[in-house]
Design a protein around this ligand. Structure first.
Ligand code: FES
Ligand SMILES: [Fe+2]
Length: 401
C-alpha cells in the first residue's frame, strides 16, 4: 500500500473529526492533492482588469501547471496551457498579438493556434498549423475574477457559488476597481489547509486578535457569528460577523469604527453592519466589508510551503469604489489598511507555525470542533468529498453537514 493509500484509508468517517496529520505534512499526499484536488477545482488566477486590452495576458500557475490567460481580439478572455507544443518549453506572455516560445521562436496566436515555426518548409508549416495548438484550459469569470479549471469535466463554477451572490448586492453599483494583490514570492512554511483554516476559524479571533478584531466579534450578546448550511455542490464556505457599529472597517490598528476606506453608499443597510468571510476552496478567500472587498489568492507549492497574496501577507488585494481610489489621501488610506491587516496577520503567524508543528507531533489529537468552528467542519466535508472522489470511493454529489 502506498503512503497516499494509507492516508486515504485513515480518513475519518465524518467531517466532525480532524483529518490525519499526514494530510498536512506528507509530500506524496501533497502531490496527490495537486493532481486530485487543485487540478479538478476552479482556481482563481486574477482579475479581468489585469488584462484590459486584446493581446494582454497573464502567466499564472494553476495546480502546478503554467497557464496563460489572454484577452483575445474579440475582447473575450480565455486560457491556454503555457507549454510549447514543439518540445515543451514554457511560454511567457510576449504579446502584443502573439505568444512566442523563447527556445525556437514558434509563435501562437491569441487563441493558441500555431502561426509560425522558423526553419520549417512551407509545406511542413502548413501541416503543423493544422495539427498544433496550445491546449485550451477551461475558464469562467465570476464578478470579474478569472477562474481556470484543468478538468474538462468539472461542473460549472457559477452555480457552485450561488450562496455568495446575495452578498454582492450593492457592491458593483459602486463602480468597483480592482487593486490586485502583490504576488507572493516567498512561501509560508505551513500547509495550505492550515492557512485557510486560520482564515475561516471564527473561534480564535477573540483570543488571538485582542485589540485588532474586537470590533468584529464572533460572540456578542446581540448576536455574533452566523453560518450558512452547506448543500450538495456548494463551493463556498462562509460566515458573517457583526460590526460593533455601522460603516466600520479596517484601520491602522485592525478592524474599527473609523474605517480607512469609506463605507460604500450603495450597500444595503445590513451589509454596512457586518463582515462576510468567504472561503472558496481551495484557492481563494474574500472578505466583504462596508468599504471594500478584500481577497487573497492561495497557491501551494509544497506540503509545508504556501504562497499567499493579500493585504495581510503581501500588499493590496482589494475591490474599491472608483471614488475611494480618487480620494486625495488614498495612499495614506491604503497604507493604514495595509498596516491594520499586517497587525492582524502578525498575530496569526505564530499560531499557524504552531499548528503546523502540531501536525508533526506523535501526540496530535483526534480533534474536537465547537459550534464556533462550523466552517472548519464544512471545509473538512469539502476535502473528504474531493479525496474520496479521487480515490473512487464516492459519487460526484457531495454530502455535507
Ligand atoms: S520548445 Fe518551443 S519552439 Fe521549441
Ligand atoms: Fe486570525
Amino acid at each position: 500500500m502506498s503512503t497516499v493509500q494509507r492516508i486515504l484509508a485513515a480518513l475519518p468517517a465524518k467531517p466532525t473529526q480532524m483529518l490525519p496529520q499526514a494530510c498536512y505534512t506528507d509530500p506524496a499526499f501533497f502531490t496527490f492533492e495537486q493532481r486530485s484536488v487543485f487540478a479538478k477545482s476552479w482556481i482563481c488566477v486574477g482579475r479581468v482588469e489585469q488584462i484590459p486590452i486584446p493581446g494582454d495576458c497573464l502567466s499564472v500557475p494553476a495546480a502546478g501547471e503554467p497557464i496563460i490567460v489572454i484577452r483575445n481580439e474579440a475582447g473575450g478572455v480565455h486560457a491556454v496551457s503555457a507549454v510549447c507544443q514543439h518540445r515543451g518549453e514554457i511560454l511567457e506572455c510576449s504579446g502584443p498579438r502573439h505568444l512566442r516560445c523563447p527556445l525556437h521562436f514558434w509563435t501562437y496566436d491569441l487563441t493558441g493556434a500555431l502561426v509560425g515555426a522558423p526553419r520549417t518548409g512551407a509545406e511542413e508549416l502548413r501541416r503543423l498549423r493544422t495539427e498544433v495548438r496550445l491546449p485550451s484550459v477551461r475558464l469562467e469569470l465570476w464578478h470579474g475574477f478569472i477562474f481556470v479549471n484543468l478538468d474538462g469535466q468539472a461542473s460549472p463554477l457559477g452555480p457552485s457559488l450561488a450562496k455568495v451572490e446575495p452578498f454582492w448586492e450593492g457592491y458593483e453599483a459602486a463602480d468597483l476597481v480592482a487593486i490586485p494583490p502583490k504576488m507572493a514570492d516567498t512561501p509560508l512554511p505551513w500547509n495550505w489547509k492550515v492557512h485557510v483554516e486560520n482564515f475561516t476559524d471564527a473561534y480564535h479571533p477573540e483570543f488571538v486578535h485582542r485589540g485588532t478584531h474586537d470590533f468584529a466579534p464572533s460572540v456578542h450578546p446581540d448576536g455574533g457569528v452566523e453560518f450558512t448550511s452547506m448543500e450538495d455542490g456548494d463551493n463556498a464556505i462562509l460566515r458573517t460577523v457583526p460590526l460593533i457599529s455601522a460603516d466600520g472597517g479596517m484601520m491602522q490598528d485592525g478592524w474599527g469604527e473609523a474605517a480607512a476606506f469609506p463605507a460604500i453608499q450603495t450597500l444595503p443597510e445590513a451589509q454596512r453592519r457586518r463582515l462576510v468571510f468567504v472561503l472558496l476552496p481551495p484557492s481563494m478567500t474574500l472578505v466583504f466589508a462596508p468599504g471594500a472587498v478584500a481577497y487573497t489568492l492561495i497557491s501551494p507549492v509544497g506540503a509545508e510551503a504556501t504562497l499567499a497574496s493579500s493585504d495581510r501577507v503581501t500588499a493590496g488585494g482589494w475591490l474599491l469604489p472608483r471614488t475611494t481610489t480618487k480620494l486625495p489621501d488614498f495612499d495614506q488610506r491604503k497604507a493604514a489598511v495595509q498596516e491594520g491587516a499586517a497587525k492582524i496577520w502578525a498575530q496569526d503567524v505564530p499560531l499557524n507555525l504552531g499548528m503546523q508543528d502540531g501536525k508533526r507531533s506523535r501526540f496530535g489529537p483526534p480533534g474536537y470542533y465547537t459550534a464556533l468552528e462550523t466552517t472548519l467542519v464544512q471545509f473538512n466535508a469539502w476535502l473528504l468529498h474531493a479525496y474520496r472522489r479521487a480515490a473512487g470511493t464516492v459519487a460526484e454529489t457531495r454530502v455535507c453537514p
